[in-house]
Write a protein that binds this ligand. Structure first.
Ligand SMILES: Cc1ncc(COP(=O)(O)O)c(C=O)c1O
Length: 350
């Protein structure tokens, strides 16, 4: 037995255990991934890159940064490439949050905000989404912001609720928290179309992040971006490990944005599948929550876990979200064909 003792924050934090094994060969509707894969142009670019003599060399990001900045309509120094959104959250925490600082989150939301806040030793407070429809708690959240709040993390649209909030509400939050780093996580932007990105010029406390893990089908590459005013990005860059983004990930992101038709046609399929799933579940008497993302949260009551297990036996993975909202299951929307497979199975089971 080792005599080593981790930091208090590590001892105290709750462990996060995503099911990471045994998903191969199944219809994966459990992690909000793209269910058909990335653009063939990305595969071609990766092949080409590995044929060059680039692999022995540490990554250079200049080209990718320039191209991504143009694509997203920001200046180059307003963007930081990250190892997925998770790294953006971690860097924000490392840059702005000391042990004991006040960090404000919503509940339920993406688990990694809490994970990195706890790791930093922050004092986390959570404001709950409003039952019965899991609406965004605009009033309660604005009221919860204190003059010593150091950071506020929210996903728009949110996971696992699927709900989103308006730019007006976001402006109110930003106005109320000038001393706090406010991260608006737009991981599901492509399925919703609403973005706070143009507001970075107006609000020096605003950070917006995007990922290539969802609509773009590149979750394995671990690549995303965070946007903010140039001074803020300089702080984040200072706190980032110099080569945390793999050279192949940067190549993949560049190739992905050069094929916008691939993403828009996949997004159109997801939106159709989302309507299909909501209607199909309603037909079975299973209540759903409105969603602007690539998943639907529904209520299965005390049959939620057996339902998940039976679907798994039939080769379809969904995520039990009962720990967040009693009796709820989250299903990722892929193509209409994937939605039909899911609905056919659940019709037999329910
Ligand atoms: C709101 C939200 N942000 C970020 C992520 C993950 O992003 P990444 O793969 O870029 O780390 C997820 C994944 O489920 C998510 O739901």
């Amino acid at each position: 037995m080792s005599d080593l003792r981790p930091r208090e924050a590590v001892l105290r934090m709750a462990a996060y255990h995503p099911p990471t094994d045994g998903r191969e060969g199944k219809l994966r509707l459990d992690f909000n991934e793209n269910t058909v894969g990335c653009s063939p142009a990305v595969i071609a670019a990766l092949r080409e890159y590995t044929r060059t003599t680039a692999l022995p060399v540490y990554p250079e990001y200049g080209d990718a940064r320039r191209e991504l900045a143009t694509h997203f309509g920001v200046a180059e120094d307003e963007l930081l490439l990250t190892n997925g959104t998770d790294e953006a959250i971690q860097i924000l925490m490392n840059t702005f949050v000391d042990a004991g600082d006040d960090v404000l989150l919503l509940k339920p939301s993406y688990a990694m905000y809490r994970f990195y806040a706890e790791l930093a030793g922050a004092a986390v407070r959570e404001v709950e989404y409003l039952e019965p429809h899991l609406d965004f708690p605009a009033e309660a959240l604005t009221a919860a912001i204190r003059s010593d709040t150091k950071a506020l993390f929210l996903a728009n649209p949110n996971n696992p609720t699927g709900s989103s909030t308006s730019l007006d509400v976001l402006r109110r939050i930003l106005d109320r928290a000038p001393q706090a780093a406010v991260l608006i996580d737009e991981a599901y932007f492509e399925f919703c179309g609403l973005t706070a990105l143009p507001l970075i010029g107006v609000y020096p406390n605003l950070f917006v992040c995007r990922t290539f893990s969802k609509a773009y089908g590149l979750a394995a590459m671990r690549v995303g971006c965070v946007f903010s005013q140039a001074g803020n990005i300089a702080w984040l860059r200072k706190a980032q490990s110099p080569y945390s983004v793999n050279a192949l990930a940067a190549v993949a992101a560049q190739a992905a944005i050069r094929d916008p038709d691939y993403v828009s046609s996949y997004v159109a399929q997801v939106v159709a599948a989302r309507d299909q799933i909501i209607a199909g579940l309603a037909g079975l008497g299973l209540p759903t929550y409105p969603s602007q993302a690539n998943f639907v949260l529904f209520r299965a009551g005390d049959r939620a876990v057996p339902l998940r297990d039976e679907l798994r036996r039939r080769g379809i993975l969904v995520r039990d979200r009962g720990a967040d909202i009693d009796g709820c299951v989250r299903v990722t929307c892929g193509t209409p064909e994937h939605a039909s497979r899911f609905l056919d199975e659940i019709k037999e089971l329910w």
